[in-house]
Design a protein around this ligand. Structure first.
Ligand SMILES: Nc1ncnc2c1ncn2[C@@H]1O[C@H](COP(=O)(O)OP(=O)(O)OP(=O)(O)O)[C@@H](O)[C@H]1O
Ligand SMILES: [Mg+2]
Length: 217
């Protein structure tokens, strides 16, 4: 597959279970080594970069909102959000960290550790961490999957503002309503891009999805 995202672009990846959505995200993010081809992130050739370059890239330029490897268990929500800055040897003002936690509805939980939070709350802390460092590229695998509609909408508003402020956002979702918020939907099947939809409505996306399910049945 070949895929290019511009700054300010928000792209959804859709397709049946097992079609390769998460794999694409992991390869694009440089977290899984592709065996061939090339991945360029913010000007860095990921497959040929040194470990040092990759670490700096991940720390300073990328944001990850993944269900699995997300938060550091021993740290509070506030410390997790402040962590990327600490890694690069600086310290974010406490008010800034609390403000961004407030934007995802997690300000009261600033002092909680991940094991004291629900799955959706952990997801929101991970989003706050991506928001605070304003990454060039944000990768999100089902960022609203474990959230109720209202918290999900809040997260989508924040992803939209990240894109408006210049980030490229690549997001996997199964939800037509969520995908309809993006600029472009990429449909995967068996690891290939089958189709792209630009500025599609939730109804158009849902119809495409229903067609897929019919075809599978
Ligand atoms: N590490 C791996 N080694 C070998 N095959 C893998 C590996 N990870 C995933 N796969 C296979 O690659 C395919 C794509 O998996 P992937 O997790 O990307 O699917 P997905 O589209 O994200 O599905 P879902 O919607 O269920 O999350 C699947 O057939 C899966 O079995
Ligand atoms: Mg997946």
């Amino acid at each position: 597959m070949s895929l290019t995202l511009d700054a300010r672009e928000w792209v959804a990846v859709m397709g049946p279970s097992g079609s390769g959505k998460s794999t694409v995200l992991l390869c694009a993010a440089g977290l899984l080594q592709a065996q061939s081809g090339s991945v360029v992130l913010d000007g860095v050739d990921v497959l040929n970069a040194s470990e040092q370059q990759l670490t700096a890239l991940r720390r300073d330029r990328l944001g990850f909102i993944f269900q699995e490897f997300n938060l550091v268990p021993a740290l509070t929500a506030e410390q997790n959000v402040g962590l990327p800055a600490r890694f690069s040897g600086s310290r974010r003002p406490r008010e800034e960290v609390l403000d961004v936690l407030g934007r995802v509805g997690m300000r009261e939980k600033a002092g909680s550790r991940p094991d004291q939070l629900s799955g959706g709350q952990r997801q929101r802390v991970a989003i706050a961490r991506a928001l605070v460092s304003r990454p060039a590229v944000v990768f999100a695998d089902e960022p609203t999957g474990s959230l109720d509609v209202r918290s999900g909408d809040q997260i989508l508003d924040e992803l939209q503002s990240l894109a408006d402020e210049g980030s490229a956002v690549l997001m996997v979702t199964h939800d037509p309503r969520v995908a309809a918020r993006t600029d472009r939907v990429i449909w995967l099947r068996d690891g290939r891009i089958e189709e792209e939809m630009v500025a599609a409505s939730a109804e158009q996306i849902a119809a495409r999805l229903a067609g897929l399910e019919d075809a599978a049945a």
